[in-house]
Design a protein around this ligand. Structure first.
Ligand code: HEM
Length: 878
């Protein structure tokens, strides 16, 4: 044992000596050659280097390393390979496959260098290591060839001409559907191959890919998109992705099944709603597909946990698809126009089982694809404000009137919008490449590829290579503009096989036209919406998902309406622009104050006076664009709201502008406010009314002694808005009634009741209006009642369908009215007056059918002077 060890050691020492000697020898030779080289001319050197390179190439070729050398040495003509004498398939370089486990060990998390969730990164690694054609056996005996040259991709597609292109994907889905032969005839379009695929494809594409059909749905699509844009600018959720998914589900169901899912409604956003569950089911299936397609397919023999997930998700999709198909089959009368589903049902070569399969495919392939494409497009736009500007310009040029409908003509001319989408697809295609099963032998990059081999093109990797695109990582839609006069850029020729976001040939995406049309409309509509300044998407989360054909990444996008520079600020929760935010404070001296305003719409100032009274104003701009401002006081009588305003100033208005706007507007409630009230036959002019205060400025002398009373004046403008009195007061309703349209639409109602100002037709056309007029908004845009109802000498509140107002007259009697719209649309108003001396309560009712859209108070009440008034007993007085 010992001898053996000694021998071993001796052997090792000898080897080390030899290596040392060898190294020494090489060093010496190098030194000698350096000496020799000194006098040698450059030409000699050049020839020698070329010779050495050639020799190395020959050597490496022998070892199967030709690609590696190509990458290193011939970087100019990277992939110039002679295909005259094809080399054998087995010689294609690639990761080493081990018996039984193939190359799966390379995908093991933390240990392996590849990752199933990052196919494009794997692709780039393989390209760098092995060259433009890579052979890999993830599962032993099932070679896949990754193709990195557009010229090779062209050959793959040309080889399938005249044949039915075959794809190897969605294998688990195929099994699921085959197991349920009572529901499906076949695996459906996605996984099926051969003549069965063509039977389905031929019939479905007649309907789904026909340009005329696509255009027919433009109007419906536009209506949904407009609603979506309104929701976007109103809600600004942290995560826009679910909203996008709901939008596309709505569009798909509308077009494909003529079903209005109402996916954008509040109820459907609930996680247990039909829409949310469908979206989840599609995502679960898409996420499971790749893992089930690759790797060891135990699910073929028993139900693995992942397969179970897919099965459950598919069960749900199938249930909904069945419902829709059956309903349409039974009752064709519910459709407004020919839906795709209806056209399928009329087709005699298709039976219901085929159609259910197609309905499921549509739900499966139609939601995530467009959702993520839109996310990527908005993400790139957010980072490129110059592109946004161009897009906005194009939108404004094509849609001069934002309310005008979207037409096919507009979409045709939206050249820049199309370029934005193309560029998005270049940088973030939804599919890493296109997979095919070869049906003939082909030669790719000089290698023979036999029929039956699975090849997957690597377009996503190609699209980011400098060999094929100038500035490959920049988002430059201009590269797609044909006559690029503006920038005069000399773009590289773009090989059409480099960018294939929808695949190629007869097997390409069946709904490409629909998807592109939807995305174009969304971009144009988003940018024509003048209220959204800049469209922005922030990456919140960048989760990777694992679908072979559909998704590689999950991008969670959020926060519209900021500039790109504000991304960081938004993340930190603060706008760092010093001009819009401040906080000043002094804690010295008898009077102390602080004052601050933030860029996200908050404002407060407060002053503590020498006698301990605190006065202040607080304001905030709510998400709907209403500034809510309250002047308050806290003194020996306690805390009270002096004046309160709720003024529509427009969304995202800088707080300082909003405050300036609000100054023009009289207070609506609060103990100092003298609001207008609806006409009341019991009311009479009061010459001792106080003047409403002009503002709560901490420099205002009003607050110096807190006990001062408001100054009485002789002439009272307050009553002048009533008939017979010239008005100098302005109508409040132009400020805080966002849109009269609300009253025109009886079907939809706000979720809660609304504060509403009295409307007086006599002064409805006030000349003084704020510069920010309310946009057309839906009911949901209305502010909630803010709860402040005390006024200088009474109270008032106005809700959507009811109101109550009362004021105390100088003699001590109370005059008021209350009313409501009853469920039959009858307005029921009671005018009343109390008599402090007799304790009586005079009242008169005024009931009239006015419909649901009318105000709860009567702007023109009947003349009650000649009618008999009811007198209630003092005990029943209010
Ligand atoms: C931006 C959106 C979309 C992208 C990027 C996209 C991309 C793709 C790609 C790459 C393929 C494979 C093509 C091939 O093998 O050559 C495909 C196939 C398919 N897509 Fe889309 N797609 C999108 C939207 C949609 C929508 C909205 C639907 C549903 C109505 C849909 C339904 C299908 C179907 C059924 C197939 C299989 C076609 C067949 O094998 O014959 N796709 N899509």
């Amino acid at each position: 044992m010992l001898t053996f060890q000694n021998e071993n050691i001796e052997w090792l020492v000898r080897k080390a000596e030899n290596r040392e000697n060898a190294r020494f020898k090489i060093d010496r030779e190098l030194k000698q050659s350096a000496q020799i080289l000194k006098p040698v001319s450059l030409v000699y050197l050049y020839i020698r280097i070329k010779f050495i390179m050639y020799a190395r190439m020959k050597l490496c070729e022998k070892k199967g390393m030709i690609k590696k050398l190509c990458v290193r040495v011939c970087s100019n003509n990277l992939y110039q390979i002679d295909s005259a004498k094809p080399k054998p398939f087995e010689n294609i370089p690639g990761p080493r496959s081990l018996p039984v486990i193939g190359t799966l060990y390379k995908y093991v998390p933390f240990i392996g260098e590849y990752n199933f969730t990052k196919l494009h990164t794997n692709g780039l690694l393989k390209l760098k290591r092995y060259g433009p054609l890579v052979r890999e056996e993830i599962v032993p005996g099932q070679p896949i060839v990754w193709v990195f040259r557009p010229e090779d991709i062209e050959k793959v597609f040309k080889a399938e001409s005249g044949l039915h292109p075959k794809r190897r994907s969605h294998l688990a889905l195929l099994k699921y559907r085959k197991d349920r032969s009572n529901v499906y005839n076949s695996g459906g379009l996605l996984p099926t191959n051969g003549t069965e695929w063509w039977r389905l494809r031929r019939e479905f594409q007649k309907v789904l890919s026909k340009p005329r059909n696509v255009v027919d749905y433009l109007e419906d699509t536009d209506a949904v998109v407009q609603k979506f844009v309104r929701i976007c600018s109103r809600e600004k959720p942290n995560d826009f992705l679910p909203l996008f998914s709901h939008l596309f589900l709505e569009l798909i169901c509308l077009v494909a099944f003529d079903v209005k899912m109402g996916s954008l409604s509040e109820e459907e956003k609930h996680p247990h709603s039909r829409s949310s569950r469908l979206i989840e089911a599609a995502l679960t299936t898409n996420s499971a597909i790749l893992k089930l397609d690759n790797g060891l397919m135990f699910w073929r023999f028993f139900e693995t946990p992942l397969y179970r997930k897919l099965r459950k998700a598919q069960n749900y999709m199938e249930e909904i698809a069945l419902q829709m198909v059956t309903q349409k089959n039974q009752d064709a009368s519910i459709c407004r126009k020919q839906s795709l589903l209806e056209e399928y049902l009329k087709n005699e070569t298709l039976d219901v089982k085929d159609i259910v399969g197609m309905a499921c495919d549509t739900l499966l392939a139609g939601i995530d694809t467009t959702t993520y494409s839109l996310s990527y497009a908005l993400y790139h736009l957010a980072r490129n404000t110059n592109v946004q500007e161009k897009l906005r310009l194009e939108a404004a040029t094509l849609l001069t009137d934002p309310m005008s409908p979207m037409t096919a003509e507009i979409l045709r001319n939206a050249i820049y919008t199309k370029a934005v989408l193309k560029e998005t697809f270049r940088l973030n295609p939804l599919s890493v490449g296109i997979g095919r099963i070869l049906q003939t032998d082909v030669v790719l990059s000089g290698y023979h590829i036999p029929k039956g081999t699975v090849v997957v093109t690597q377009n996503q990797v190609i699209c980011r290579l400098p060999e094929y695109f100038d500035e490959p990582n920049s988002f430059r839609p201009e590269r797609w503009l044909r006559d690029n006069d503006v920038t005069k850029l000399k773009e590289k020729f773009i090989n059409p096989y480099a960018v294939l976001p929808f695949g190629h040939g007869p097997r390409s995406c069946i709904a490409r036209r629909f998807a592109e049309q939807n995305l174009q409309i969304i971009l144009l509509r988003s940018y024509i919406d003048q209220t959204s300044k800049t469209l922005i998407i922030r990456i919140n989360e960048h989760k990777n998902h694992d679908e072979e054909k559909i998704l590689q990444k999950r991008l969670i996008a959020s926060a519209l309406c900021l500039t790109a520079d504000e991304i960081e600020a938004q993340r930190s929760g603060w706008n760092l622009n010093p001009n819009t935010q401040y906080h000043i404070q002094t804690d010295e001296g008898p009077e102390r104050f602080f004052r601050f305003q933030t860029s996200n719409g908050q404002y407060r100032k407060e002053k503590r006076l020498a006698d301990g009274t605190v006065i202040g104003t607080e304001g905030w701009l709510d998400p709907l664009g209403y500034l809510r401002l309250k002047d308050y006081i806290a003194d020996h009588e306690g805390f009270r709201i002096l004046k309160s305003k709720m003024v529509y100033v427009g969304k995202d208005r800088p707080i300082q502008d909003a405050l300036a706007e609000a100054k023009k507007i009289p207070a609506q409630t609060g103990i100092l406010a003298r609001p207008k009230r609806p006409p009341n036959p019991f009311r009479r002019p009061d010459s001792n009314a106080i003047v409403p205060l002009s503002g709560n400025d901490i420099t205002s002398s009003y607050y110096a002694p807190t006990t001062i009373r408001p100054r009485p004046i002789s002439r009272n403008n307050y009553y002048s808005n009533r008939p017979g009195y010239p008005s100098e007061l302005q109508s409040l309703d132009v400020y805080h009634r966002p849109d009269a349209m609300y009253y025109r639409e009886p079907a939809a109602r706000p979720p809660t009741q609304i504060l509403e100002a009295p409307y007086d037709p006599a002064i409805g056309s006030s000349s003084l209006k704020p510069s920010y007029q309310s946009p057309s908004v839906s009911q949901n845009d209305f502010p909630l009642y803010d709860g402040t109802h005390t006024t200088a000498n009474g109270f008032q509140y106005y809700l959507r369908r009811q109101y109550h107002e009362e004021e105390r007259e100088p003699e001590g009697n109370n005059v008021g009215s209350f009313g409501y719209i009853d469920p039959f649309g009858i307005r029921r108003v009671i005018y009343y007056k109390t008599d402090p001396f007799s304790g009586g309560f005079l009242h008169k009712k005024n009931n009239r059918y006015v419909g649901f859209n009318a105000t709860p108070y009567d702007p023109l009440p009947p003349d009650l002077s000649r009618t008999r008034l009811s007198r209630a007993l003092p005990t029943s007085a209010s």
